[in-house]
Design a protein around this ligand. Sequence first.
Ligand code: HGY
Ligand code: MN
Ligand code: MN
Length: 414
Amino acid sequence: MKIADKVSKNRIENQIKTLAQIGATGEGGITRLPYTKDERAAVALVKSYMEEAGLQTFFDQFGNLFGKLEGKSTEAPVVMTGSHVDTVINGGAFDGVIGTLGAIEALRVIRENNIPHVHTLEACVFVSEEPVRFRAGTLGSKAAIGDFTQSDLDRLKDKDNISLAQAIKECGFNPEQLESVRRDPAKIKCFVELHIEQSIILETKKLPIGVVDQIAAPTNFRLTLKGKAGHAGATPMNMRNDAFMAAAEIALEIERIAITIGKEAVGTVGEVKVIPNAINVIPGEVILGIDVRDVTSKRKDEAIAEIEKSINNIAARRNIEAVIEIIQKQEPVKTSPQIVDIISSTCNELGLPWCNITSGAYHDALNMAKITDIGMIFIPSAGGISHAKEEFSSIDDIYQGARVLAEVLVKLAS
Ligand code: HGY
Ligand code: MN
Ligand code: MN
């Protein structure tokens, strides 16, 4: 009997549909920012799915949720799997969700079919994977690997100046107990995450499964440009210190550097705040949120250095003050070759064609790689679209991904 054949396509499909209603924006997308009413409602719904699946559920003091399925040995290190249910603004219904629900479905059928396993299995929902609210991502798994200081909790703030510590407290958790959130690496065997590809390779190659071999990582920074506000009509062009025009030139420089420095390098100016943001006032100040990524630290650091040089040259020429604040710097990782082999051989056994694939997006697996072996299973994203309401993956592809995950977990936990 293959545990893959016990996975229920219908149950996963119904759970995705129900979850998608929480945080629905009315514009066709979903917004569930971390530690908000909608995100906590989504986590509560997922907790009920864990309990229906017969898992022992518990929260840590950061707000991460876990569902445990005891193994024969209480000493053996835990096999972890899972993802996130927080979203970007007006995002899709699949990013993070399929890895969360796929993990619960896998543990459910392993329990219901009494599949023997030595290692305890844990399905997890890491909070604040998306960087939208606090401008730094994968916070829940960062806390779980102990990569967080108490001062980070006060430093990271949302646009209403609410700190991460305050947001955690408002949800009834205790951010002072950061130490209790940290997992002991010796007690974890590995972490495997099922996720949508969020790019177009699998669809182009018409493959149902991608076996991730490396995960790109971001440097997120905020750039504050200070010029001089002034009258849009009465101020001659040669007398302006227009912060927005400096920002525009810098944004084009970021694009040029990302294009020229290497195939996997990407640069995005996703956040722009213009002050005072009035049609007849020359912008006195502009704040940009910038995300630069690559699959090697060396090249990413080269790109950042070149961008900083351009920022300083443009600011000097335009008599603008530029302040760069690095918010988060993460390092790219490789997945574990042993787990890559287990995932790919499982695909072969199930008759599912696959390819090795790079993840341009980052995931909680990026953090877990710092303390344990990791693997990631990708399924296709329609049109390669993600972080938008058009994000779509077919239930057939999701079902195949969950089947592979269930088989892989049984092998890893035996
Ligand atoms: O931005 C990312 O790569 C992830 O979706 N948070
Ligand atoms: Mn995402
Ligand atoms: Mn994700």
